[in-house]
Every structure is written in C-alpha cells, then in structure tokens.
Ligand binder design. Sequence first.
Ligand SMILES: Nc1ncnc2c1ncn2[C@@H]1O[C@H](COP(=O)(O)OP(=O)(O)OP(=O)(O)O)[C@@H](O)[C@H]1O
Ligand SMILES: [Mg+2]
Length: 455
Amino acid sequence: MRFAEEFVVVPKGVGAGEPFKLRDWQVEIVKGLFPEKNRPRTGLVSLPRGNGKTTLAATIALYELFASGTLSPQVMVVAGTEQVARHTLKIASRMIELSPMLAERAHLLQASIKVPHTGGELVTAASTVAALQGFDPSLLIVDELHTVTRDDWEAATSVAGKRPQSLTLAISTPSDSDESVMWDLIQYGRKGKDKSFYLREFAAPDGCDIHDQDAWAEANPALGDFLTADGLTSVASTMREAAFRRYRLGQWVGSEDSWLPFGVWDARKSDRRLQPGEKIVLGFDGSASGDSTALVACTLDGHVQPIKIWANPRIPGWRVPRGQVTAAVDDAFSRFNVVELAADPWGWRSEIEDWAKRHGARKVVEYNTGYRNRMGPATDRLYAAVVDQTMTHDGNPMLSLHVSQTVATQTAVGAIVHKDKRNSPRKIDAAVAAIVAFDRAAWHTKKMKGRVAAW
Ligand SMILES: Nc1ncnc2c1ncn2[C@@H]1O[C@H](COP(=O)(O)OP(=O)(O)OP(=O)(O)O)[C@@H](O)[C@H]1O
Ligand SMILES: [Mg+2]
C-alpha cells in the first residue's frame, strides 16, 4: 500500500497524475492476496467493468518487480490473446514513465520491462503451451480470465508454482458460460475449503432490478469514485439485460441467447450410469467432417448418457471414422435393450439403412432434426424436464459443453436450437442427439403407459 502511494501515479482517467491511493476495498483485496502468513497460491477477483482491475493488477506487478524482495522476480501477464495481455504491460510502463524513481531503475522495452537492480522482468504471452515454455514466474497475472480456455489455464498455471512462493492472480468479469474455467474456479473458491485459494467477488444480489442503484453500488466498489454513474445509467437501458448483469453487475447469468438458463444443466448431473440390458432409446446426430457426431442414450425414465461422441480434433482433412460409429451402434445394441435408434439422416442414409437391416427396421428410424414442427416441441420437452428437474444426466463433459454452446430461437412451434453462428467451432451436435433421444424415450414411455392403462 505504501509502495503504491509513494511510487505509483494514476496513469489516466479520474485522478490521473495523482498518487495511486488504494481504496479500502482494494486494500482488502491486497491483504487477502498478501497476508502476513499462509500466502495463497491462487487469487481470483471477480469485478465488473471499469473498477480498475487492470490498473490494480499492473500496480501489484510493479510492486513485485521493484519492492517485494523476491529474488529475480518474474511477472508474467497472460490473457486470452496477447493483445489483452499487452494492455497490462502498457499500463505498467506508463506508470513507470510517470514516476521518476521507478523510471530511472527500469528499462521499458516493446514487449517487456526489465528492472536490473532486482533482476526482475515483466513479460506478456498468449496463454498457450508453446508461448509459455521456459518461464518461471513469481507472479502470474491472468487478465480477463473469462476469455481463457480450460486448456490455456492449465498451460499457464503449470508454469507457475515452481518457486516456493509464487502467486497466480486472475482478475476478470464473469464469463457467460457455465462450461468455463472461471466458473469452475468460482465454485471451487465459494466452497472456501482451500486456504491457498483466495476469492473475492463483487456482484449485485441475485435477481435484483437492473435499475436498482443500491445493487449497482454493491457490485461496483468504484462507483461514484473513479467509475462514474452516468456511464452505467446510459448502458442500463441500451445493453441487453444478460450482458448488463454480467459486465456491469458481476452476476453469473449465462449468455443472452443460450438455450438453457445458467447452471440448470449442471444441477441435473447424477452418479447414475446405464446398466447392462437397460431399456434405452438412442439419438444420433452425425456429420462428415466439420461438426461432431454424437450417439446419445436416454432411458425410459429420463436419464441421458452419451454412448460416444466423435469430435473433429481440428486436424485438416479429418473425417469421421464411419466404421467406428457403426461399431459403437452395434455395441450399444448388444449391451442394452435398445427400444429405438432415432437418427438424423443427413449424410448417413446408407449407414442407417445398414443399421436397420441388422437391428430391425422398426427399431432404426429416421428423425429429421431440420424439421421444425418436430424438433421445436422436442427441444421444449427436454428444456422443461431440465428446468422442472425431472431428468438426469451423467455429467459427460463433452455433452455439457455442447449444451452450454447451444443457442435457441423461440418460434411458435417451440425453441429451435442452433450454433452461435454458421461454421462456429462451438459444436452442439451432442445436445441435438440428446434432445432426439429424450423426445423418443418420452414417446415410448407414454405409449407403454397407455398400454398399461388399457389393460
Ligand atoms: N484507485 C484506483 N484503482 C484503479 N484504477 C483507478 C484508480 N483511480 C483511478 N483509476 C482509473 O480508473 C480507470 C480504471 O480502468 P481499468 O482499465 O483499470 O479498469 P478495468 O476494470 O480493467 O476495466 P475493463 O473491464 O474495461 O477492462 C483507469 O483509467 C485508472 O487510471
Ligand atoms: Mg481491464
């Protein structure tokens, strides 16, 4: 705190040119990150836009470089893209330029800062495995964690922690997806069991009115200070509600057009697994190369579990191994009591004919997922079961990812699901196969119940 006030100058915006005086809530964060003893190894701070996240991170970076006493401090800033990471570097460089005491002790380079008397350096990188090779940071800063993938987070954190004392500090607004590394970490931190993990969230109360100024103040500690209220007022009426809640109120609400409400799919996860010989319906959505191919099972009482999902590993020229798909279909028929396999025929007609020959034409049926009058009600059926908590699934990560990437358009016949955009790498095929399997399983259940009633 003393370092900031004595050597750091606010580089721009409100208070520009004045000494950087940490606010009480910033002091609280800093104390949480640097307690007298038992220092956390990981810190996560969730803050809405404009509350000085990047500026605070840059200040902590300078402290590490100049004054922490760490031998040869290495600060590494990573983000979803190197451009975002460079932003922190720029702010740190600007702070040094504005402070004669720091400026005479540092070399400001295009892509790094060097501090000879401590042997320190600050570097930036995109958070990919290749870019991170050979680093040994004492402080790893991840700006806007919500843009970082799980793989990249693992790559970044695997280089940190080599020293006996090092800190990984992630600072971000919430993500729009419950299939994000940030959401994983928030849930982990909220449990509060790991003393080496520091979490501080600033958010408005769940379900608050978006025009409620008290809620704004709760989420935005800098409001009325270096964050002005009129900026918020103008976007409150023009921004889409989900985006406003996420970016400006720090709430976890999912994206504006995602098919399911935030967190409801996760909540339906169960330990149940398909039993040999169990009655199931299979849903199939196939592709040739671009999208994924999915074979998903649903029991007659609404438990969803993928049999297998084939995803393009992003290798050019990759084709779905059609032989393997047929083998998986045959295997499912041998292990379970398959009541029906409902398959989207697009690009797979000859295989479907072949499966029908082997497993019975009455059991292998075509299900056109492009036919709205059928798909709309089917999609609403699974939606209702998830929200009403009358279905379960096995927590398969790929299916959960596809469900979270599924976007919906509401129509008169029900929700029509699609990818966020054409040719998007965010696949949804397993979700489509789950909708089909669930729809047909519900149909068979109803048919059987009818029969029971007739007796
Ligand atoms: N005590 C302070 N802490 C942080 N920033 C301050 C402080 N006082 C003034 N400021 C100014 O407030 C602004 C904060 O912007 P900054 O980019 O750090 O916020 P952010 O939360 O990273 O925003 P974004 O979500 O857009 O990335 C900067 O212009 C900074 O100079
Ligand atoms: Mg920022």
